[in-house]
Design a protein around this ligand. Structure first.
Ligand code: HEM
Length: 455
């Protein structure tokens, strides 16, 4: 406590930067603690002590060599209401069964089929940008709408329109929850019948009811036509027909899908676009690479063409390293266990600070806070000095199921944008990464898009 107080006093005596960028401050706490306590230290979050584990060897122990002693923590009730009781929060056999059923949704064969459809959504988005010589767009908003559209197509395929209506309700619910999160320090706030809370409860019921109706309709169609479809809903309805899961399980998984896939991917896209605007030399390199692809011209690149865009992958990895949308993940000890010389009691929560690991100079060198995609030029495995130094999608058995979709989507979006526009920062942009469930730009991300003559 003494340590924390003295650090806080020291931090608050430094003038706050005009942009309110909280990252240097948060990271300086971590770096200091890591130096002082060797990468494992107890931090109190309200009444709950959590062991923060920033030592990469111990992180590997938790997720790989001794993973049987740890499980996912219980989400905060506000998060639970949004994410549903799906893959993100399930445990044990039920989780394993759902993971097996859902995994094929993300097979590359399925994702490849989505490319032209997704490409059209992207082109629709950018068509309005190029009318004047310099259009200002808040990309954090545009990318959220886009990723919502893409996740709806992945989840619902042929029932896209119905799915869109449900997910638009969930989007509203997420906004209301963000507001509740800001007031989480008011005891019992989430139970108060405020207008916003009542609206959120009502939406919650409406979402579940609409999803149930959609499932019943798709089941009927599948019975009549004998085709389930390879979208998330189709695969799960097939599993239900085989008696593996219930209709309620499907409802929960649809909620999880939207929660886990929408804002994470739009945050990655936002930070990548901001970094490209800040670093025109990398923007030029990425553009030159895509214009040099064999078989141009193209409007929507194929999967094979995207695979050749090495610079783009380097830029996306560096964006994920500097601004990982999920800043941390938590595990809980299933039993009394020993970790790095500490006796961890059963039930104790362990926080893995992904953001701090990604900025650790011991793992990434003295330029750990700087944008340098070249560090990924020989691939992810060779970029860092430790196998768990880069964990934007988590690791181990519960690694992100949507990783390939997110990366494919991000590459496609940036390719289409860079081919048509030069991106620069608007004077209204203020660099203020902040954390509210995810890492996002507090004041949005207004960028200028100038149409390229050759596009
Ligand atoms: C799990 C990050 C995109 C669905 C995770 C985890 C992380 C993560 C860190 C592990 C959480 C933990 O270990 O506690 C991200 C990032 C994304 C992204 C940074 C984009 C840049 C997506 C997309 C989807 C998705 C597009 C779905 C369409 C999931 C699900 C899980 C998960 C269902 C739980 C997996 C399980 O426990 O079996 N994600 N994610 N994610 N993600 Fe993602």
């Amino acid at each position: 406590v003494k340590e924390m107080m003295s650090l806080m006093i020291k931090a608050s005596s430094q003038p706050m930067s005009p942009s309110h960028n909280i990252l240097p401050r948060v990271l300086s706490f971590y770096h200091h603690w890591k130096k002082a306590y060797g990468g494992t230290f107890l931090v109190w979050f309200g009444p709950t002590p959590r062991l923060t584990v920033a030592d990469p060897d111990l992180i590997r122990e938790i997720f790989a060599s001794k993973s049987e002693f740890y499980e996912k923590d219980e989400s905060h009730p506000l998060v639970r209401q949004l994410e549903g009781d799906g893959l993100l929060s399930l445990k044990g056999e039920k989780w394993a069964l759902h993971r097996k059923i859902i995994t094929p949704t993300f097979h590359m064969e399925n994702l490849k089929v989505l490319l032209p459809v997704v490409g059209k959504s992207i082109i629709k988005m950018v068509e309005n940008w190029g009318e004047s010589s310099k259009t200002e767009i808040d990309v954090s908003e545009s990318f959220q709408r886009l990723t919502e559209d893409i996740i709806t197509r992945t989840a619902f395929g042929s029932s896209y329109e119905d799915g869109k209506a449900v997910f638009s309700l969930q989007s509203q619910q997420m906004e209301l929850a963000a507001d509740a999160f800001r007031k989480v320090f008011i005891p019992g706030y989430r139970f108060l019948p405020t207008t916003k809370n009542r609206r959120s409860w009502k939406l919650n019921k409406e979402i579940r009811r609409s999803l149930m109706r959609l499932i019943e309709r798709r089941e009927k169609e599948a019975e009549e036509g004998g085709v389930y479809g390879e979208d998330l809903l189709g695969l799960m309805i097939k599993a239900r027909a085989e008696g593996a899961i219930s209709a309620k399980d499907i409802v929960e998984e649809c909620k999880t899908f939207f929660f886990a896939g929408k804002q994470t991917t739009s945050n990655l896209l936002t930070w990548a676009a901001v970094l490209l605007a800040m670093h025109p030399e990398w923007q030029e390199r990425a553009r030159a690479e895509l214009l040099g692809l064999p078989d141009p011209p193209y409007i929507i690149p194929s999967k094979d063409q995207l695979d050749k865009l090495k610079t783009m992958s380097m830029i996306l990895n560096e964006a994920l390293r500097l601004y990982p949308p999920a800043v941390a993940t938590i595990r809980q000890a299933k039993t009394n266990v020993e970790l790095g010389g500490y006796a961890i009691p059963k039930g104790m929560e362990l926080l893995i600070p992904i953001l701090a690991v990604h900025h650790d100079p011991a793992l990434w060198g003295p330029d750990a806070d700087e944008f340098n995609p070249s560090r990924f030029s020989d691939g992810v495995a060779r970029a860092a000095t430790h196998p768990v130094a880069f964990i934007p999608f988590g690791l181990g058995a519960r690694t992100c199921i949507g990783q390939s979709l997110a990366l494919l989507e991000a590459k496609l979006v940036l390719t289409i944008i860079l081919r048509r526009f030069d991106i620069s920062l608007s004077p209204a942009y203020r660099h203020a990464p902040t954390v509210l469930m995810l890492l996002y730009p507090q004041h949005g991300a207004p960028l200028y898009f100038r149409p390229l003559l050759s596009a």
